[in-house]
Design a protein around this ligand. Structure first.
Ligand SMILES: C[S@@+](CC[C@H](N)C(=O)[O-])C[C@H]1O[C@@H](n2cnc3c(N)ncnc32)[C@H](O)[C@@H]1O
Length: 215
């Protein structure tokens, strides 16, 4: 896999410097839409690369038991502060999702609750970064977390976006190739990430998938 490899220090620095355009503080419209459309009922859920916690807190407020995990300690610190402010309890941990051992080690006593027990997974912007570093490791972690028949809502950058800026771009064929063994892809459609100060957000893919039963 080609592309840049980003360390947790890189992500910490982006949060500290404010160079984090994805971090709008607005709950993802696509998440809200899909939860309603697909009648997703509260369950054990994980947000992969939860950043500063806006969507993890929202899911918790909707009744989900949420694990939010991110490789940036700064992001997780902010997510903890947001959860405290909202008065909700979210399981939050710093881990590199490309190393399943990392999650197992940092996760300690709650690991057993989430291992193969997550019925809903949400990813807004983590996969399109992690796939450039270690796709196999990232998928191994997802496999470790996802219950049989778990649903995944994946939001990622779209190669059809014409501007150079914005999130890493992925083609529909790449999504199908990356995820097709582990998940049945129900649908893939285009959407726009949240606006930034009146500027329309970049084009993305929204993908809805169901974890295949273990072979
Ligand atoms: C584009 S941001 C999106 C953050 C959050 N999902 C949101 O919508 O605000 C990507 C996030 O993925 C995290 N990330 C990138 N690679 C990761 C990895 N290998 N393991 C865990 N988190 C990772 C980054 O720290 C960052 O918070």
């Amino acid at each position: 896999m080609t592309g840049q490899s980003h360390s947790s220090a890189h992500w910490d620095q982006r949060y500290l410097s404010g160079d984090a355009p994805w971090n709008s503080g607005i709950v993802s419209r696509e998440l809200v839409r899909v939860l309603a459309e697909q009648h997703v009922v509260p369950c054990r859920a994980v947000e992969l690369g939860c950043g500063a916690g806006t969507n993890a807190v929202h899911l918790t407020q909707q009744g989900f038991e949420v694990l939010g995990t991110d490789c940036s300690a700064i992001a997780i610190e902010r997510a903890r502060a947001l959860a405290d402010e909202a008065g909700v309890s979210v399981h939050l941990t710093v881990a590199d999702l490309c190393r399943v051992a990392d999650l197992r080690e940092t996760f300690g006593e709650v690991a057993a609750m989430f291992e193969r027990e997550c019925s809903f997974l949400f990813d807004r912007g983590c996969y399109h970064c992690a796939r450039r570093v270690n796709l196999a490791g990232f998928l191994e972690t997802v496999e470790w977390l996802a219950a049989p028949n778990a649903r995944l809502l994946l939001l990622c950058g779209n190669a059809n976006e014409l501007t150079q800026q914005g999130p890493p771009k992925v083609t529909e064929a790449e999504i199908r190739s990356d995820w097709g063994n582990l998940f049945e892809i129900e649908w893939i459609r285009e959407f726009h990430f949240e606006d930034r100060g009146g500027i329309p957000g970049p084009l993305g893919w929204a993908c809805w998938m169901t974890r295949r039963s273990a072979a």
